[in-house]
Ligand binder design. Structure first.
Ligand code: HEM
Ligand code: HEM
Length: 324
């Protein structure tokens, strides 16, 4: 019986690999990882000098910012909740609407977004070139290139760093054969998560991040949770069928990344589970079932890699000054 549950689970989910995964067209080396880490923490990559990737994807708080929607350049509120960067390398596409194919393409977005970092590629490259230490690090990371300090390489280095942000959890230990890694409640929740149909959309390594579905497949949530202004993938594909279609959210570390949904309107995980049951499955789960599924989701909280806060290159007389 116990083995059956694990076997069923292994048909739907995969444990995290124990080593950094390979990514397309981007050889991951220790030098590149270290450079990407510096860039991830460097607020000078934003026009104001205030916002780094870590401002909205804080590695100390689950890789997100714990706000309904992010606050960026000039204290502006963005339109969506910040998803975690932890394990994001396993998402088949990035963003709530999947509009970026991979992490390197993704990393170019926030730097230029007016409500996030409000910078330009030219200014990022000028900033990097103004600091000899960064020039050396780019040379070491892209040794075959004559002119390694480019916006593309900036994004590739960040992608390499993000590929190391993996968080093995009790659920992985369970999938790998440790029967005692999950409590009875968590196992009951896992069984429900599969039987009720959650796993038909939330599956694979990240329990999501790999398919698109209407939010409100069976019953559309109210505008308080699904604001009418954000029509999801419709903005990407311009197809009527994609109205209010979003990527099935990846669920690793979900217990530590409240508030929930792209609107960030729901603060409590049990409520988010109950909303999913009615909106996506038309199922009326009782309190015990919701509690058990939520317990199972808690077993997806993993161990965050130890991150030593990097000391960043010192700016020079030619470093562009903060603006805005
Ligand atoms: C989405 C990384 C800067 C807010 C994402 C995702 C990644 C990421 C990997 C997609 C995750 C997923 O789809 O599951 C980065 C990096 C940054 C950066 C590498 C620095 C270059 C920022 C900043 C803010 C921010 C400064 C806040 C001001 C968001 C938001 C989303 C997002 C709101 C979701 C946007 C949407 O789906 O339309 N980021 N981020 N990010 N990030 Fe960042
Ligand atoms: C989002 C759990 C069933 C598609 C979420 C979130 C949770 C969750 C906790 C919020 C993620 C976050 O804020 O980061 C569940 C559970 C389910 C279930 C426990 C079963 C009771 C489904 C099904 C589908 C689906 C069957 C597909 C038909 C989605 C989508 C989102 C999402 C598209 C993103 C919604 C948004 O845009 O905010 N799910 N889910 N889910 N889920 Fe589910």
């Amino acid at each position: 019986m116990a083995d059956d549950l694990r076997e069923m689970a292994l048909e739907m989910f995969s444990p995290l690999p124990s080593t950094t995964p390979a990514v397309n067209d981007n050889l991951i080396t220790p030098a590149k990882i270290d450079l990407g880490k510096a860039l991830f923490f460097d607020p000078r990559m934003s026009a104001s000098g205030v916002f780094s990737c870590n401002s909205c994807h804080n590695l100390a708080t689950g890789g997100d910012d714990n706000m309904p929607t992010s606050i960026g350049h000039g204290w502006q509120k963005g339109p969506r909740n910040s998803p975690t960067v932890l394990n994001a390398v396993f998402n088949e596409a990035q963003f709530w609407d999947g509009r970026a194919p991979d992490l390197a393409a993704q990393a170019k977005g926030p730097v230029q977004a007016g409500v996030e970092m409000a910078n330009t590629p030219d200014n990022v490259v000028a900033t990097l070139n103004s600091m000899p230490q960064y020039q050396d690090w780019f040379k070491a990371s892209f040794p075959d290139e004559a002119d390694p300090v480019t916006f593309d390489n900036f994004a590739k280095a960040i992608e390499a760093y993000e590929a190391t942000l993996l968080t093995p959890s009790p659920f992985d230990a369970y999938l790998n054969g440790d029967e005692n890694a999950l409590t009875d409640d968590e196992k009951a929740g896992l069984a429900l998560f599969m039987d009720a149909g959650c796993a038909s959309c939330h599956n694979g390594i990240n329990l999501g991040g790999n398919g698109y579905y209407p939010f409100g497949l069976i019953e559309k949530p109210g505008a308080d949770i699904l604001p009418e202004g954000d029509r999801g993938r419709f903005a990407v594909t311009d197809t009527a069928d994609d109205e209010y279609v979003f990527r099935a959210a990846p669920l690793r570390n979900i217990a530590v990344t409240a508030p929930y949904f792209h609107s960030g309107k729901v603060w409590d995980l049990e409520t988010a589970v109950a909303i999913m049951a009615t909106s996506q499955l038309g199922a009326d789960l009782n309190d015990q079932e919701i509690g058990q599924i939520t317990a199972f989701l808690g077993s997806l909280t993993g161990t965050v890699p130890v991150v030593e806060y990097p000391v960043l290159p010192a700016e020079t007389a030619t470093t562009p000054r903060p603006t805005g």
